[in-house]
Ligand binder design. Sequence first.
Ligand code: PLP
Length: 438
Amino acid sequence: MTHVFPRHTKANPPVAAYGDGCYIVDTNGKRYFDGSGGAAVSCLGHSDPEVTAAIKAQVEKIAFAHTGFFTSEPAEELADLLIERAPPGLDRVYFVSGGSEAMEAALKLARQYFLEKGETSRHRVIARRQSYHGNTLGALATGGNQWRREPFSPLMIETSHIAPCYEYRGRLAGETAFEYGQRVADELETEIQRLGSENVMAFVAEPVVGATAGAVPPVEGYFKRIREICDNHGILLILDEVMCGMGRTGTLYACEQDGVTADILCIAKGLGAGYQPIGAMLCSAVIYEAVEQGSGFFQHGHTYIGHPTACAAALAVLRKLTGGLVDRVNPLGDALHAALTDAFGQHPNVGDIRGRGLFRAIEIVEDRAAKTPFDPKRGINKALKKAAFDEGLACYPMGGTIDGVHGDHVLLAPPFIMSEDQIGEVTGKLARAFKTVL
Ligand code: PLP
């Protein structure tokens, strides 16, 4: 008998007893390789002594001090280090407790920025159909995941959704990857014109799409064109790096690889690495100054913003990431990609293997040549998740519908501390799960 309200009410999950590097061990002693870090959270694995010590030291000094009265040393130091490494223009950091909170703060700051400037009609948000930006109402409205949105649609702000940059399904025959990227980016221009640019405040996108479709990177030139369109219309670019940021794709900030910067950028998951719940919204000096020189008050806030213990944990995490750990991500990611290609490249039900760094996914199809997905009623992703879990691999198979097309995929986002040998363990366990299900 449990009084915990579980995520799936019919589930009966094992009890996680302790962490051991890349493994979670349950109370029966079974070990699970954490192949997706929950959902791209646990970049340091589960038993990092330095992060644990930083949390302990902070709690012993002071666990919490409300930001209505105080700032704290770990918050100040963490903000300095984040900005020192951030893409150009980002200048201020607002700490929250997770990804959805970061996105809510971003949306409200964008709106307030235009109010401070007297551009009061700017309120519309444009995002993409293949996206997830969180589960609170503003973030949910921004995301394009129909299944998550539908029950709550009467409660949500109106948002426009344009095409994603999803080369595997979207690129036309005879079109280069670059041409494809420009074509789908230009949908932003069309939507701005339809709404009237004086009414649009922001375009929101994940640089590498995570949960909705599985580690989908943009094609070259796509984000440069997006940036150009936003600038031409005075619209803010909000990048959601909640899942793909903090080194996950091989650079501390994912957008670095696309040669663009954001006006507002959100991070979470890997920032606290699961040791503490923390997220952050970074914004440009221009936006901050508009508030500072205008009303002088960001009209937003939660009790736990800038939580000192969470900031202390994140500071220890970030010191490790920037102190060499992120440098492991690309070589390990390339090795993981090669191992996945070896193990699944010829599989009749594997349509695409993709991603960047240690953020990789396999898209599963019924017919490889026609790219036909499985009937969602078959529940392929759920069956794979269970079979992999039975093998001792926790990974993140998901299904989603984009433009009416269902898709099943497996997302891998292992800890950056994993060894090359463990790549074989992950692909071996996953291959056995594929054999069981497919
Ligand atoms: N944005 C993206 C891209 C995400 O993947 C998620 C969570 O999966 C969120 C926002 C929401 O973050 P949280 O679950 O911490 O609220």
